[in-house]
Design a protein around this ligand. Sequence first.
Ligand code: FAD
Ligand code: NAD
Length: 465
Amino acid sequence: MQYDVTIIGSGPGGYVAAIRSAQLGFKTAIIEKYDTLGGTCLNVGCIPSKAMLDSTEHFHNAETTFGEHGIKINKPKADLGQMIKRKADVVKQTCDGVEYLMKKNKIDVHHGVGSFVDKNTIRISSGKENKEITSKYVIIATGSKPADLPFAKIDKKRIISSTEALELKEIPKNFVVIGGGVIGMELGSVYARIGSNVTVIEYMDRIIPTMDSTMGKELMKATKKLGIDFKLSHKVTSVENKGKEVLIKAEDKKGNTVDFKADYCLVAIGRKPYTEGLGLENAGLKTNDRGQIEVDEHLKTSVDNIYAIGDVIRGAMLAHKAEEEGVLVAEQLAGQKPHIHYKLIPGVVYTWPEVASVGYTEEELKEEGRPYKSGSFPFKALGRARASMDTDGVVKVLADKETDEILGMHIIGARAADMIAAGVTAMEYRASAEDVARMSHAHPTYMEAVKEACLAATENRAMHV
Ligand code: FAD
Ligand code: NAD
């Protein structure tokens, strides 16, 4: 079979690249080694983790806020098996949706491991049969896998990655998380809400360290209320599966050894690009020392007809980043001139309160020596937040000191994940803080905090604090 565009990997990068390629008139194929489409995001990432976060948040509210809302119930009991079953249903519906989209767009789906025979030929090995297809262009979208530590190999039993953490058979009594990043905070919250004693061991002196430092501070305050214990500036030195428990040793700032015991230890220290079995060398490609496939600004590899997108290349490992890159490559192949503004790709942590960020952090502006002003507004001053009992949180807006152009927006609070789209829109149009402050925002909404933070950044004239 001969195709115009073949995509290896059906995650959010790959399947979106396939749809856009088909929309633009290319004869398109997608290769996926697993039985279901959707990649990490749909099967073991974004979607299942959000399903578990939603279920456990309902449980947490039933336990903690229903009474005050005037809803009387008997003490709720968490049914982890049912939560996981519902999660599996959500995943199935979402993966089936991608299957439907492939059919609708007349994209040929090949199941099996795709590997290069040469730069235009790909062998697909499924165990049942091997076949070869040829393609004018190839897009590599093979994603990533969990990283581990040399002394903390993921055994999938007691020393686990996010994949196993989404499938546990029991609620752990003690759950240790190595890494206070996005996965650590999301899945740590899941188990803390349903009764586990959760300890987060983080190497740096703050959690979610790539985000604006105000966000990490506020998230730590909020999640301590769930009972999460934080061990910052701790370097894990050994992790041992002792059969029924895991023994973890870490070194604190002073060099003292601290011991932890847990039923399960989640290793959440990042992910690494995945290229195993791709036969890159047969196409004249290799990975860099970080395991990534190198690409130029057009996402083209060093081989003329081969492109790469998503987690397997540089940049944030985010589904929506992979999607934008899939669209960019397809449109370029069709002769268009698309552009991605990488600084305006938002990042979200789906804890409660949620954390969402776009643009420069305060630390980055300081480092660049760029003059800026900052305006903040707390959720507790919002009528909407009091009504819903979601008073934890703050919106922080950073704007250029001279021009007032918004340079960064950082939100922790209820529905921050949805609110950040307003920040992206404003910044894509290079709005000033005053532009946003002068727009009408419906009352009562959480978004009023964005307007007020912009007022605070403009002339320090927030109205409701
Ligand atoms: P992937 O989604 O990893 O897909 C790659 C696909 O390629 C896989 O299906 C794989 O089987 C296939 N493949 C690999 N090699 C071959 C081969 N040789 N032949 C055939 N097929 C192959 N991001 C967000 O933006 N929001 C979130 O809320 C979020 N939550 C997450 C939660 C968790 C627990 C995890 C682990 C990740 C989360 N992410 C989230 C990150 C997100 O899942 C990734 O950034 C995204 O999936 C990357 O997409 P991709 O298309 O590059 O690769
Ligand atoms: P991460 O990079 O977000 O966090 C890893 C954390 O582990 C960091 O805080 C880091 O300082 C810490 N760390 C690293 N080595 C350590 C060590 N030896 N001991 C203790 N701490 C250590 O990575 P993650 O949470 O594993 O997530 C992986 C990827 O998946 C991320 O790139 C993220 O973008 C993506 N993801 C996104 C979402 C989302 O968008 N909501 C959710 C989950 C995952």
